[in-house]
Each structure stands twice: as C-alpha cells, then as structure tokens.
Ligand binder design. Structure first.
Ligand code: 13P
Length: 340
C-alpha cells in the first residue's frame, strides 16, 4: 500500500474551504428525486442533470474538492462527448465512486440491514481505478428506535465497512467510510448520540483489525441530531456541541478529515451545523461536507428538467456550495444567505 499517495488524495478531498458533492444517487434514488420535479428518469435526463452540476465552473473550481459518482455516471459522456469524469477532473475536483450495493435485510434483526457488495470488490476497484476514480464510498445504515440498533447490526456493518476499506487501500484508492445513523425516527438527540458513538467505536475497532491505515481514509458520519419525528428538536448549537463531543471521543487524530452527510437536514441547517462546529475549533481533523440532498435540492428545483433553466440551476448550486464552503472554514453567517 502506498499510504503517502492515499494520504495525499485524502488531503485533497478535505482541502481548506472546500467539500464534496455526493452525486452518487443510485438509479432508484435519483428516480425519486426526479419525481419531485415530475421528470422522467431516463439515462439522458440523469446525464443532463449531473452535467449541469459538474459544469458549474465557478462552484466546482472554488468550493468542490471531490464528487462521488454512481457507476452509470462514471461511464457517461457529456453532451459534447467529453467523459463526465474528465469534466470533473478539469475543475480540479477528485472523482469518486459509490461501491456498495445497498443495505439488505439482516436476518433475525427486524428493521435492520447490512450493506452488501464485498464479493468481487477488488476486481471492481481495479476497474474503477482505470476509469479514473481516486476514492470510493460505502454507506452502512443504522436505524434507531427503542429496540435497535442491535449489536449484530452494528458489528456486521462495521465489519463490512472495514473489509471494504482494506480492499480500497490495497487497490490504491481512498475509502470514504460512511456509517450513517438515520435521522428518520422519533428518537431524541441523546439517543442518536448513543447510537452514533457505538457505531463509530465499533467501526474504528474493525478498521484496526482489518489493517486499514487511518491516514488514508475519510470518515463520512451523520451529525448527532434528533430524529425527524421526535417531539424534541435540538437547536443548532446543541447539534454542533453533541456532534463534536461524540467525534472527539471516537475519531483518532490520524484521520485527515471528516465529511458529513446531510441525511435529510434542510440546506441551511446542514450549513449552520457545519459552521458552528468549525467555529468551535481548533479541531484534530478537517471538518467539511459531503452532502447530497442539502447541496442539490435547490438546484434540482431551479432546473426542473428544462434546458432553459440550466443557468438558474447552476446559480442555485453555486450558492449552496459557497455557503457550505464558508461553513467548512467557520466563516458562514445567515446574513450571507439573505444577501444572495
Ligand atoms: P445526503 O447528504 O443526502 O444524506 O447524501 C449523502 C450521501 O452520500 C448518503 O450516502
């Protein structure tokens, strides 16, 4: 393993004042997003949407350090025939690939899943390297209620994450390790803190057993936040404080960077939380974003699937990317939102 090379890629992914665009929605997920703007999910529409984002020249150059892609997109060409991965590279961002095959029901653990996709993974990594990927993502999903997560779900998912991460490092790409504690339930913020701490502790233990070198990974965690259906929604300061507390307990300083998922937070909440955490620094690691919905929702709506709205979609994307880039260095304020 060339750990210097992996560490170099990881550091580019969390370059100061930049963050990651998660554009790796599976065909099923992007189809759901398109339904919200009443757009049919054809290969061309998916290409046009992603091309609009990747060709947002200012946003990509100034605020985006990396892009996570779905298999189809990594192989797709822009309308003018340029490979989309080359459009991303030309902006200076690092291309990445979603490697997992999604969460599948975990036997004897009602409501819980384990993420699959380990079979043949070394061969897939080798192919993705040839196609231009320099990092990869694997998402483990941990749901929360009064009875779960179970130890079996925490352990099975952490073990799979560690096996995936080791295969990536052996194949020369940086694993983005994503244990996501969902915010879909009715649990409060302290229950989320408990589940997140458990998932992270177990994940780092398994990474150690698997021989993964922490200098060559990026962690992609959830924030510590109340479930959407909880009667007690925590304020922004509480989310920032409790998230940092759990991360400091669990994430070794050898990890170059932490890039959060947005998980269903509004665009502005996701930005504000990231800002508050960075403003509370200095921290042992870079802290930035790897948002999907929180970066894209406004852009998708402004575009609406119409060619004449490409510039409007790009403006909306550039605004959210800029706000998050400011938050990644603790320099965001709500006045800047309004100014736009
Ligand atoms: P969200 O930011 O929409 O949660 O997506 C990020 C991601 O990559 C989830 O795996």
């Amino acid at each position: 393993m060339n750990i210097e090379k992996l560490n170099g890629i990881a550091n580019r992914m969390v370059a100061p004042g930049k963050g990651i665009l998660a554009a790796d929605e599976s065909t099923g997920s992007i189809t759901k997003r398109f339904e919200s703007i009443k757009l049919e999910s054809t290969e061309t529409n998916r290409r046009d949407y992603r091309e609009m984002l990747f060709r947002s020249a200012d946003a990509m150059k100034s605020y985006i350090s990396g892009v996570i892609l779905f298999d189809e997109t990594l192989r797709q060409k822009a309308e003018d025939g340029t490979a989309l991965v080359d459009v991303i590279k030309a902006s200076g961002a690092v291309p990445g690939i979603k490697l997992d095959k999604g969460p599948k029901p975990l036997p004897f653990c009602p409501g819980e899943t384990v993420t699959e996709g380990l079979d043949g993974l070394a061969e897939r990594v080798a192919e993705y390297v040839k196609l231009g990927a320099e990092f990869a993502k694997w998402r483990a999903v941990i749901d929360v209620n009064e009875k779960i997560p179970s130890y079996n779900a925490i352990n099975a998912n952490a073990h799979a994450l560690a096996r995936y991460a080791a295969i990536c490092q052996a194949g020369g790409i940086v694993p983005m390790v994503e244990p996501e504690v969902l915010m879909d339930g009715a649990h409060d913020i302290d229950r989320c803190a408990e589940a997140t701490e458990w998932a992270l502790k177990e994940t780092f233990q398994q990474l150690y057993y698997a021989g993964v070198q922490l200098e060559g990974i990026i962690l992609k965690p959830n924030m510590v936040i109340a479930g959407k259906k909880s009667a007690r929604q925590a304020g922004r300061e509480e989310v920032a404080e409790k998230t940092l507390k759990v991360l400091k307990r669990c994430v070794p300083a050898a990890v170059p960077g932490i890039a959060f998922l947005s998980g269903g937070q509004s665009g502005e909440d996701a930005t504000a939380h990231l800002h508050l955490m960075n403003a509370a620094g200095p921290l042992p690691w870079k802290l930035t974003f790897s948002y999907g919905r929180a970066l894209q929702a406004d852009a998708l709506k402004a575009w609406g699937g119409k060619r004449e709205n490409v510039a409007a979609g790009q403006r909306a994307f550039a605004h959210r990317a800029k706000m998050n880039a400011l938050a990644a260095s603790g320099r965001w304020s709500s006045e800047q939102e309004k100014a736009a």
